[in-house]
Structures are given as structure tokens and as C-alpha cells.
Design a protein around this ligand. Structure first.
Ligand code: DQA
Length: 149
């Protein structure tokens, strides 16, 4: 049986390629989505790769993920630093969770150095560019495979 994962992207990540290339590189959102979908195909994982600029929408998506998805990978983007609601929704979701950031949030402005979600996820990847997305998929695959042993 193939695994199902949800890859959730927060605000402004749809503008990858246009926004601060020194932090996020030149890859576009569509290119990144394709790269992740290809990796998942190789690993026999079904992926829903979603982006939203709306906090409440992200909360609702996480709430409804329980039935359909074996794990969530999330780049909550700016909501990482502000959203108790997304944190609470993730805490309620009891399956595997990985946090990812393209940039190294701990080397940036002070307000980015606090993640409200790090302590409610299994683990995180930050500062490795768009490659971090692929590494998060590999890590999720391993977590889920070990779980089903
Ligand atoms: C980000 C880091 C956040 O601070 C920022 O608001 C983003 C992207 C990252 O992937 O590095 O939008 O989550």
C-alpha cells in the first residue's frame, strides 16, 4: 500500500523565484512542486502539494488531514512565527509531522528565530534551500516505513 503525505506551504511561497533569491534561491513554486512530486513517485508515495496564504484555511486543511494522510510536511512560512492556531492544529494531528524551511531562520531577523511549531513536530530541516524539501520527503518516508515494520 502506498503512503499518502500532505506537503503544506504557507504564505508567499507561491512567489518563490520572485522573492528574495538570496534567501530562497531561484527555483519557482511550480518547479519545486514538480521536483517533490517526482521524488514521491520514485518512493511510491502519493503527495498533495498545497499552498495557501490564509491561516484559517491551513488550520482547516490540517484538521481534515487525519483521515487521508499518513504524515504532514509543513513550511508554515511567516505563520511559523505567529500562529498559535496552526500550532494547535498540528498538535491535535497525531501522525508524523516534519517542519521545513528553505532559509536558515536562526541566522535571520530575531522575529524569525522563534518557531511556534518546532516542539509539536517530530523534527525539522532548515537552511538547506529547496533541497530541504526533498530531504524532508526522504525523512518522512523513513519515519513512516519504520512505523509500519
Ligand atoms: C521560510 C522562513 C520564514 O521566516 C518566511 O516568512 C518564509 C519562508 C523559509 O522557508 O525559509 O516565508 O519559512
Amino acid at each position: 500500500m502506498s503512503l499518502n503525505i500532505l506537503f503544506l506551504n504557507g504564505p508567499n511561497l507561491n512567489l518563490l523565484g520572485q522573492r528574495e533569491q538570496s534567501q530562497y534561491g531561484s527555483i519557482t513554486y511550480e518547479e519545486l512542486k514538480k521536483k517533490c512530486e517526482e521524488k514521491c513517485r520514485d518512493l511510491n508515495i502519493k503527495i498533495d502539494f498545497i499552498q495557501s496564504n490564509v491561516e484559517g484555511e491551513i488550520v482547516s486543511i490540517i484538521q481534515s488531514a487525519n483521515e487521508k494522510f499518513d504524515g504532514i510536511i509543513i513550511n508554515a512560512a511567516a505563520f511559523t512565527h505567529t500562529s498559535v492556531a496552526i500550532r494547535d492544529a498540528l498538535e491535535i494531528y497525531k501522525k508524523k509531522k516534519i517542519e521545513v524551511h528553505i532559509s536558515n531562520i536562526y541566522k535571520r531577523e530575531e522575529f524569525r528565530q522563534k518557531s511556534l511549531i518546532s516542539d509539536v513536530v517530530n523534527g525539522g530541516i532548515f537552511g538547506l534551500g529547496s533541497e530541504g524539501y526533498i530531504l524532508a520527503i526522504i525523512a518522512m518516508h523513513k519515519l513512516l516505513k519504520n512505523e509500519n515494520k
